[in-house]
Ligand binder design. Structure first.
Ligand code: FIX
Ligand code: ZN
Length: 418
């Protein structure tokens, strides 16, 4: 029979968990933010927050303007339209809208104001370097992992030139075009001096590995990553599958880097909406299972986009310790789904996962993404420690702190061996 926990004890447990979850610094393991050395690639401020693709998708539901006409507008005009549609003419109840207001509020601005110019004025007065520190402190984010693509012509010149790294920013080597657009990548690799052939003949696989080795070194990458469509299969008679076998897995084994798979995005469902037009599909996770079982010497990180796939993902993680589950990605990063996923993960894989990543594209967003998630994670964890207390097992504050640190990056770092 479970014990009845006295009210004072319930409150003490809830308070200890809340404190730990609110105060513990996190490792934000997947973002689209950049080391400040990348200059304007690191987005911040109210206009960039408003033109975030999550809000663009919501705003188009209210707009009459054509897609092409909208994209022709200056960023400030797009932001104004989104502000009017989502924050003035309607109440900003969606998660992404509330996020903008959470960030304003935590930065000390009045989230009740309806006039964008005064908000803009405040942002224009901020010193960029101090602002980065301020956002990271408010969000209690210690380290931000970037997404760095050797195929991105905006960022590669910076890597080629070299720069002094900001130790708060680490790197993940993103290789989507390599695995998903092989035909167009071949000539790029040839131009860069790698001897690859469209039909994978000759030295192709060795050369792809050399390409990965060069970029992982240049970026000091923490892991190799790709976002995959819901149709992803492995093994399969596809270029993607052949490259995984011939280059990605051998390279990852040799270098000790994990291979991260983000599964379930259908790109360009409404391409006219640009980034806001990407959609979702329910994948089979058999490919992931095959990767984990067939390659016990490789490490895999995985997050899946569809809510329906979360249970299957947890079960696969129970079978394969070379798989680390992370984050509530994109469409799952909404309160009720975060709650459900966190509870399910704790129930099925205990403390061996990473509870959240921000996926922030605009620096300020780390404030709301982490604030909102911490609130939910604190609620779920409190319930779990109360359940333990009902068995007679008492958790010390130090144990709770250890557990929270694990969920916020410790378990990830241990998994990677870094
Ligand atoms: O593939 C990804 O890394 C996705 O997170 C992005 O493509 C997506 O646009 C996004 O920002 C989701 O949060
Ligand atoms: Zn992302």
């Amino acid at each position: 029979m479970s014990l009845t926990i006295p009210e004072a004890k319930r409150e003490a447990i809830t308070a200890a968990v809340g404190r730990s979850v609110r105060e513990t610094g996190v490792y934000d393991i997947h973002t689209h933010l950049y080391d400040p050395a990348f200059g304007e690639l690191l987005l911040w401020g109210i206009d960039d927050q408003l033109v975030y693709h999550y809000l663009v998708a919501e705003a188009f539901r209210h707009f009459d303007i054509g897609y092409v006409d909208f994209w022709r507008l200056a960023k400030e005009d797009q932001a104004q339209m989104i502000w009017d549609a989502l924050f003035v003419e309607n109440s900003p109840l969606s998660e992404a809208c509330r996020g903008v207001l959470t960030a304003l509020n935590r930065l000390g601005l009045d989230a009740n104001q309806r006039a964008l110019p005064s908000i803009r004025k405040w942002f224009s007065e901020q010193d960029p370097d101090e602002y980065i520190t301020r956002c990271m402190e408010l969000a209690k984010v210690n380290t931000i992992c970037m997404t760095n693509s050797p195929f991105d012509e905006l960022e590669t010149p910076k890597w080629d030139a070299g720069f002094e790294r900001d130790r708060r920013f680490t790197s993940a080597l993103r290789i989507d075009p390599l695995l998903l657009e092989w035909d167009s990548v071949v000539s790029q690799l040839c131009d860069a001096g790698y001897e690859v052939q469209p039909d994978f003949s000759g030295k192709t696989m060795d050369e792809v590995q050399r390409f990965l080795r060069d970029w992982a070194k240049r970026m000091d990458a923490l892991y190799v990553m790709v976002s995959l469509p819901p149709t992803f299969e492995y093994p399969a008679d596809t270029e993607c599958s052949r490259l995984i076998d011939g280059a990605i897995l051998p390279f990852c084994r040799e270098s000790g880097l994990a291979f991260a798979l983000m599964i379930g995005v259908k790109r360009g469902v409404n391409a006219a909406m640009q980034l806001a037009g990407d959609g979702i599909g329910k994948p089979s996770l058999v490919g992931l299972e095959n990767l984990c079982s067939g390659h016990p010497d490789n490490k895999f990180l995985c997050t899946v986009l569809s809510r329906e796939s979360q249970h299957e993902l947890c079960v696969i993680a129970r079978k394969f310790r070379n798989l680390h589950v992370f984050g509530c990605w994109w469409f799952t990063n909404i309160p009720n789904v975060i709650e459900e996923m966190t509870r399910m993960r704790l129930d099925l894989i205990g403390m061996s996962f990473t509870a959240q990543h921000s996926d922030a594209r605009v620096l300020d967003q780390i404030i709301y993404k982490w604030d909102h998630s911490r609130e939910i994670i604190a609620g779920v964890l409190s319930e779990k420690y109360l359940n333990l207390a009902a068995t007679g097992r008492e958790s010390s504050e130090a144990e709770i702190q250890r557990d929270v640190e694990g969920l916020f990056g410790g378990s990830f770092s241990r998994f990677l061996g870094r």
